[in-house]
Design a protein around this ligand. Structure first.
Ligand code: AMP
Ligand code: MG
Length: 377
């Protein structure tokens, strides 16, 4: 029986915040696959693992995903265990054909097809009312389901070849920066999952845009590479969940994407963003970095290609070029992880323009910084 009453739904999703390492000491197989020279048979063992209820991490164009059969509640539950993910944080279900939405969702509005036509395959997740076949263990107890058709060819061949729909959150330990390279997944997931497919670097580097089409008005629940303006060109007015717009979130506002309420994307060091006139930002970061170094602390600085040479203290790394916002999005999580590897205690970063793709970059950066931002007057 797949349909659930609300009572047993509660029993099913109340394991909240499982301890890390429940699945420790599993043998994790690592295979290397080239997206450009992909042969479907290379993914056969991974597809079989998914069919059998196993966990497989795979590359997508956004970040690496940790996949399991989305319609098998016990397989999906293993994802939460491996990540240490709170059980009320729903999973995105990945499909390989647009028409698959009709198997997973009901009352599908025309706008879903219009968006799918333009942005799928790609970094857009659409929330729709779920059908009974999708277990509450996958949707975190919600009556809606998040669906995405990824563009990465390894991801799509794996989903199609497995013959199952693949629930896949980012393949990191919950709360850590999302993985954009296989080595990040290996660090977080070795010994906890069945297989990791190394398909090189995730090209976009930020999680998908999430749009909720289950209500009367389309609402963006998480900003990403597909921007509000891009979607409004296709379906008309789109709203934004007010929690996303707030730079100093009101604790009484609950985000509509449950995952957005958790501390996320965070490095181990204390990250602070400096915003304002570039020269003043650089002066302030230099001053702060010197102060911390003098007191014996390790300091990392997130600079851009344009400003790197102007920092005098600490370990300075460039995230990308301000002339190419895509390079900044692609470099963000990797740089946060590099500073973790170096055990930086304090990390200082410049801020970025808060529009189009910059809006998604600032959303992740603010969360990673726990909303610590210094504004230069
Ligand atoms: P991740 O896959 O780790 O990038 O996280 C998936 C994000 O999608 C989380 O923020 C979830 O809360 C959100 N999400 C997934 N399913 C739903 C849903 N049915 N309604 C609202 N948000 C969702
Ligand atoms: Mg995630």
């Amino acid at each position: 029986m797949l349909a659930k009453t609300h009572d047993n739904l509660h029993r099913e999703v109340q394991w909240h915040c499982l301890p890390q390492g429940v699945l420790l000491n599993m043998n994790t197989l690592i295979i290397k696959v080239d997206e450009q020279k992909l042969k479907p048979e290379e993914l056969e063992s991974a597809a079989q693992l998914l069919r059998e209820g196993g966990l497989v991490a795979f590359p997508t164009e956004t970040v690496y995903g940790l996949g399991a059969n989305a319609l098998d509640a016990s397989a999906a539950r293993k994802i939460y265990e491996a990540k240490g993910r709170p059980s009320d944080n729903p999973l995105i279900v990945h499909i390989s054909e647009v028409s698959d939405i009709e198997i997973l969702a009901r009352d599908i509005p025309e706008k879903a097809y219009e968006l799918a036509k333009v942005f799928w395959p790609g970094p857009l997740t659409i929330i729709l009312k779920k059908k009974d076949c999708v277990p509450y263990g996958t949707t975190g107890g919600l009556d809606t389901v998040a669906i995405r058709l990824p563009a990465n060819l390894i991801a799509r061949s794996l989903i199609a070849g497995s013959g199952v729909f693949v629930a896949a959150p980012s393949a990191n330990i919950s709360g850590k920066p999302s993985p954009t390279k296989a080595e990040h997944v290996i660090k977080d997931m070795s010994g906890k999952i069945d297989m990791i497919i190394d398909g090189g670097m995730a090209t976009l580097g930020l999680e998908s845009t999430i749009i909720d089409l289950s209500g009367n008005v389309p609402v963006i629940l998480r900003p990403g590479c597909i921007t509000k303006a891009m979607m409004e060109n296709v379906i008309g007015p789109v709203e934004v969940d007010p929690v996303i717009l707030s730079k100093n979130p009101d604790p009484s506002l609950a985000p509509k994407a449950p995952g957005m309420k958790y501390r996320h994307y965070a490095p181990e060091g204390k990250l602070t963003i400096y915003e304002g006139d570039t020269t003043r930002v650089i002066d302030a970061i230099n001053h702060k970095a010197k102060e911390k170094l003098d007191s014996g602390k390790c300091v990392g600085i997130i600079a851009t290609d344009e400003t790197k040479a102007l920092y005098q203290y600490g370990t300075v790394k460039t995230i990308g070029s301000r002339k190419d916002e895509n390079s900044i999005a692609a470099g963000l999580y990797a740089i946060l992880r590099e500073f973790d590897e170096l055990h930086m205690e304090y990390i200082y970063t410049e801020s970025f323009a808060d529009n189009s793709l910059g809006h998604a970059i600032m959303n992740r950066l603010l969360k990673a910084a726990g909303y610590r931002i210094v504004k230069m007057e």
